[in-house]
Design a protein around this ligand. Structure first.
Ligand code: 5GP
Ligand code: MN
Length: 321
């Protein structure tokens, strides 16, 4: 596939969906595609399904039109997922994806094995938003589509900081900026800004973090009872693992929080040679070389021990350095 128009021939109904706990890239790419179809192909009846996006994405146009749950039987002509690395990561509307006449996956996860009929997956590209942008006609990308694409790009590149940021990423960001949205407001309010409670929780995780593997691995954790105490859930914990990663001398950062008793959501970040995607895949998850995640069951100490053992296997030995 070179352009999105190639899959729209004869399409009257279309669904779009992202992954569970949608992040900025997921919301941005799904909404950008939704807004683009509405604008350029008004004859297509399009629906977008997202699992309760965070309020920080309210600057994106038409967020009030998102369907947060599947409702009734639907047979779409076309169903497209954006930023979804595996079929079991689809939050809602999975059955619509399966039943659609044609299903398509637009993604950038190296761990994506291709679960759709058409898989447009570019593992070396910064974000699903960047992959999607290349499927659109640039002159048809208006301010609303551009703001959604830009949101995804800043979230998945850490505001153009991670190694996945390429000259092409910056060129596209420049093109998007020309449409005139308030980019500094989007960066501040959707990426950096935290609530007072979120900052308190981050402070606590940092204060209680532990160093393993001779200071090359840092671990932060949050137990269910502490999350209940602060009144936070997984959505409030963005940015914690990135802050852990910035500790001097650290190669890998691990952050885990208890989703339910003895079930942990694990986020991994790497600063160098350790491929955390491999580790996440080993434990049934996925992601990218430098940012990946998985769900694990057991005691917190089992989870930390199991994952750090895999990190240690990949950690370069001193004599290799
Ligand atoms: P985060 O740590 O921010 O939740 O996720 C980092 C990256 O890993 C994202 O690209 C995300 O899609 C991926 N990821 C996180 N958790 C999982 C998981 O349980 N399964 C899969 N397949 N990918 C995950
Ligand atoms: Mn992404």
């Amino acid at each position: 596939m070179n352009k999105i128009a190639e899959i729209l021939d004869g399409v009257e109904t279309m669904g779009i969906a992202g992954h569970i706990r949608p992040d900025g890239d997921c919301v941005g790419s799904c909404m950008a595609l939704y807004l683009y179809i509405k604008k350029c192909f008004p004859e297509i009846k399009v629906d977008v399904y997202l699992d309760n996006p965070k309020p920080v994405f309210q600057h994106i146009e038409c967020m009030d039109e998102i369907k947060t749950e599947a409702c009734g039987e639907k047979d779409y002509d076309l169903f497209v997922t954006c930023d979804v690395s595996a079929r079991d990561r689809m939050a809602i509307a999975g059955e619509y994806f399966d039943r659609a006449k044609l299903n398509v996956c637009i993604d950038h996860h190296v761990s994506n094995l291709g679960f759709a009929q058409i898989n447009h997956v570019k593992g070396d590209v910064s974000s699903a938003c960047e992959v999607l942008y290349n499927l659109l006609e640039p002159e048809m990308v208006d301010r609303t589509v551009a703001a959604a694409v830009y949101t995804g790009m800043i979230h998945d590149t850490g505001v153009f900081q991670y190694s996945s940021t390429s000259p092409e990423t910056m060129r596209i960001a420049g093109e998007l900026m020309k449409t005139g949205f308030n980019f500094s407001k989007i960066i501040d309010e959707s990426f950096y800004q935290k609530t007072y409670i979120q900052n308190q929780v981050m402070g606590r995780v940092l204060a209680e973090s532990i160093m393993l593997l001779d200071g090359k691995c840092i671990v932060g954790y949050l137990k269910k009872r502490d999350m209940d105490f602060y009144g936070v859930d997984g959505k409030d914990l963005d940015g914690i693992v990135s802050q852990l990663r910035l500790t001097a001398g650290v190669e890998v950062a691990m952050f885990l929080y208890e989703v339910e008793t003895q079930t942990f959501k694990v986020s991994l970040r790497s600063n160098g040679p350790v491929d955390v995607s491999k580790i996440a895949v080993y434990f049934g998850g996925g992601g990218h070389m430098r940012a990946a995640g998985c769900d694990l069951q057991g005691s917190m100490y089992d989870v930390i021990n199991n994952i750090s053992a895999e990190i240690e296997k990949q950690m370069p030995k001193e004599q290799d350095a």
